[in-house]
Design a protein around this ligand. Structure first.
Ligand SMILES: *Cc1c(COP(=O)(O)O)cnc(C)c1O
Length: 357
């Protein structure tokens, strides 16, 4: 039976990426060695690193004056590196979920943190609007896609203070106006590569403004100066990321990806709205994520939740359990998820509805 992979992360990758990684695990770039056993200083791997950085620039149209880094530590280490490297006295954060909350907690270790707004009281089922960002903040931090709750900010906002975004789960889902941000980061395991590599896009002139002592490994400058090769980079995940970047380029780039993602998500939201058993958790259409689609049972069918999960799983729908803090269901519709998988899920939802009618 075909499996449809809706996991939130680690999550589906293009078959192209998986095939090329499988090949390189056996023989990397004609070296006769596995990609797991070559030096990161070998000319073959340096070429991988260079091309991955270049494709990041090409696909996202990154302007001059920005660096692209591939680091370890996950997006969670960026929660610390950002305030350490960029906050002099004060920063502002938008609290749209548990990842944002974790980022706020770390920032508080380094100075004054203003939480400009939060949707916590509604289990983060909307994106707050109409807040004020203090003009003396060193930066404003947002989480563009809230993986757990299925909300997304899809506009690159104008902000009077430097803007920073956690794009762990929506990088490459749409074109981004990089010039609106001083730093964008994310773990690769949602839309790009296996777990183990973290990408950071950072503007040169945002750095060097804080006085505190920064440990070598947590200083962006260290990694910029050494082209992400200060220490051993995550070789295999970077190789895998390069394959996904090539796949993205070969499939029409980010405009095309965005179109497909909007269409896939639209299909699924419509099917949830139409189905009498279910309702989406995010009511406001403009806040709905095109990467993680969350829904629950309608009240009168609440007792069918477990049964639907078993039913769908038995039909090959993998990873649709909602995060424990939200309950219900979540289907992640990342770039590599084919439209057919969304259609298959919708069919299963309809079949279940019919069986209960
Ligand atoms: C998964 C995720 C993280 C955490 O990433 P790690 O690489 O596991 O540290 C942070 N932010 C968002 C939005 C995520 O989806």
């Amino acid at each position: 039976m075909k499996k449809h992979n809706f996991y939130a992360g680690p999550s589906i990758l293009p078959q192209y990426t998986i095939d090329n990684v499988a090949e390189a695990v056996k023989d990397f770039a004609g070296t006769g060695l596995s990609v797991m056993e070559v030096s990161h200083r070998s000319k073959e791997f340096i070429a991988v690193m260079d091309e991955a950085q270049q494709l990041f620039r090409d696909l996202l149209e990154i302007p001059d004056g920005y660096h692209v880094l591939f680091l370890g530590g996950g997006a969670s280490t960026q929660f610390t590196m950002i305030p350490m490297n960029l906050m002099k006295n004060k920063s502002a954060y938008l609290n749209t979920g548990s990842w944002a909350s974790k980022a706020i907690k770390e920032a508080k270790l380094y100075g004054e943190v203003v939480e400009v707004a939060s949707s916590k009281e509604a289990i983060f089922n909307y994106i707050p609007r109409g807040y004020e960002v203090p003009g003396d903040s060193d930066y404003f931090h947002i989480t563009t896609n809230n993986t757990i709750y299925g909300t997304q900010i899809t506009e690159d906002m104008d902000c009077k203070v430097p803007l920073i975004a956690d794009m762990s789960s929506d990088i490459f889902c749409r074109p981004v106006d990089i010039s609106k941000y001083i730093l964008i980061y994310g773990g690769a395991q949602k839309n790009l590569a296996p777990a183990g590599v973290t990408f950071v896009i950072v503007k040169e002139d945002a750095l060097g403004k804080v006085d505190r002592l920064i440990p070598t490994m947590l200083d962006y400058r260290t990694h910029i100066d050494k082209g992400s090769m200060f220490n051993t980079p995550p070789v295999l995940p970077v190789f895998a990321a390069l394959q996904t970047l090539k796949w993205l380029k070969g499939h029409g780039g980010l405009k095309e990806m965005n179109k497909k993602n909007i269409a896939k998500a639209g299909l699924l939201y419509d099917a949830i709205e139409r189905n009498k058993l279910f309702k989406p958790t995010v009511k406001d259409v403009k806040d709905r994520s095109i990467m993680n689609i969350c829904w629950v049972m309608n009240e009168q069918y609440a007792e069918l939740e477990g049964e639907f999960f078993e039913f769908a799983t038995a039909k090959g729908m993998i990873g649709i359990k909602g995060h424990r803090s939200v309950g219900g269901f979540r289907a992640s519709t990342y770039n590599a998820l084919p439209r057919e998988s969304v259609e298959a899920l919708i069919e299963v939802m309809q079949e279940f509805e019919t069986s209960k009618a």
